[in-house]
Design a protein around this ligand. Structure first.
Ligand code: ZN
Length: 108
């Protein structure tokens, strides 16, 4: 489901990298330009995935890309403490509603 260059993703350490998933229901405009999804045109309702220093944006349609304009600090802003944990990425995405089933959905 992902179409970013896998080379962008950091090498996993032995074991597994910790991915922090931080929901971001509002628009994102790190450089004054509102981020939109290339695939479905969504402008809000993101999931920020923080893998070490890298930040990936994931859309409700399951499109996901590396967003170099976002930093770890952007994730920290909205991050309080872990409240859930999953063993694998796909389960997490399904559980959070980012497996594509809710493409186009927004909540006010
Ligand atoms: Zn999308």
């Amino acid at each position: 489901m992902t179409d970013y260059d896998p080379a962008d993703r950091p090498e996993p350490l032995p074991g597994q990298p910790v991915i922090r998933a931080v929901p971001h229901p509002d628009e994102l405009n790190p450089r004054g330009i509102t981020i939109t999804c290339d695939r479905c045109g969504a402008r809000r309702g993101w999931l920020l995935l923080n893998v070490r220093a890298h930040v990936f944006v994931r859309c409700r349609c399951a499109h996901e890309w590396n967003e170099p304009d976002l930093t770890r600090a952007d994730c920290d802003q909205h991050y309080t403490e872990p409240d859930r944990e999953w063993d694998d990425f796909n389960t997490a995405m399904t559980s959070l509603g980012y497996d594509g089933l809710l493409a186009g959905a927004t909540w006010n």
